[in-house]
Design a protein around this ligand. Structure first.
Ligand code: ADP
Ligand code: MG
Length: 296
């Protein structure tokens, strides 16, 4: 009979990390969502080597209070949920408190952060779940995460990464979607020291569409807006002339999140049916919000 063993903390952390952190783009997603939750109005994402060796995310959000920095890296540590009832009203993107602990389990992480009410900031380092140290440091308000050498201690996962170029392209697509879903936040993406995307956060979705997809697409979209008791939709849909050859441009966000739903895809494509030829797919960027009543 094989003996039953209880896994040690480190192994548990690394297994949990596997669920949250699959590749560099998952790190970027989690850290940017945290910045959005921290009410940042400007977020800079810098990557090198497809994010495998270097990811730096800087935000001008609320920051993490000195005495809570260490706690933020514990598993199930979150400031967004206190009791089970909160799940019904939560509006932030993340709330399971697993991202930072997972990232720190499989990379070398440094955070510099300062809240508005503190005079000095905090620098904290943690590598492979092992705390390296914490010190006081001069810093602007907000938070900078530096994530180096992803999967340096889990070679089996490292092996599954694609080329730096492919990983970088996943991050670009992700940042484009994040920028589209938050027109009120200025996003900047820098890949290997080259600026790739810079949105100005002026709340104009059409400007971001122009920026990401170019002039022809921006000239071929129509605004849509609808509101009822249960939900609201705001965004742009493409005229048939800018129809695409695949579904990658059927973009919609539900309550701030980019999702894929077969139901919504079918609704959109059904509505377009009279206007498109076979194997043509619409261009859409729709920001949808369920109201609390509709969602429950
Ligand atoms: P969750 O987002 O699910 O709460 P995370 O592990 O992603 O869990 O983050 C843990 C906590 O660390 C957050 O609840 C938040 O309090 C704090 N935090 C993380 N990133 C930031 C940030 N960029 N700005 C301010 N606080 C942050
Ligand atoms: Mg989070």
């Amino acid at each position: 009979m094989p003996q039953i063993e209880v896994l040690d903390e480190k192994t548990i952390d690394r297994i949990a990390a596997g669920e949250v952190v699959e590749r560099p783009s998952s790190v970027v997603k989690e850290l940017v969502e945290n910045a959005v939750d921290a009410k940042a109005t400007a977020i800079t994402i810098e990557i090198k080597d497809g994010g495998i060796s270097f990811i730096r995310i800087t935000d001008n959000g609320q920051g993490i209070p000195k005495e809570e920095v260490q706690k933020a890296f514990l598993r199930h540590a979150t400031s967004k949920l206190k009791k089970i009832e909160d799940l019904l009203t939560i509006s932030s993107l993340g709330f399971r408190g697993e991202a930072l602990s997972s990232i720190a389990a499989v990379a070398q992480v440094e955070v510099i952060t300062k809240t508005a009410s503190e005079l000095t900031g905090t620098k904290y380092r943690i590598e492979g779940s092992k705390e390296i140290g914490q010190e006081e440091i001069g810093a602007p308000e907000g938070t900078t995460f530096l994530v180096r050498n992803l999967f340096y201690n889990t070679p089996a996962r490292h092996k599954f990464l694609k080329s730096a170029q492919t990983e970088a392209s996943y991050i670009s697509t992700l940042v484009e979607r994040l920028a589209l879903s938050h027109p009120d936040i200025s996003f900047q993406l820098i890949v290997n020291n080259q600026p790739k995307l810079h949105t100005n956060g002026n709340t104009k979705l059409k400007d971001i569409i122009y920026h990401i997809f170019g002039r022809d697409i921006a000239a071929g979209v129509l605004p849509v807006r609808a509101q009822c008791d249960l939900f609201s939709i705001d965004g742009y849909i493409g005229k048939p002339i800018i129809a695409r050859g695949n579904r990658n441009f059927e973009i919609y966000f539900i309550n701030g999140r980019y999702i894929k739903s077969t139901l919504l895809t079918k609704c959109i494509e059904d509505a377009y049916k009279p206007y498109l030829m076979k194997h043509q797919y619409p261009f859409t960027v729709c920001i949808c919000r369920w109201t609390a009543n509709g969602w429950m």
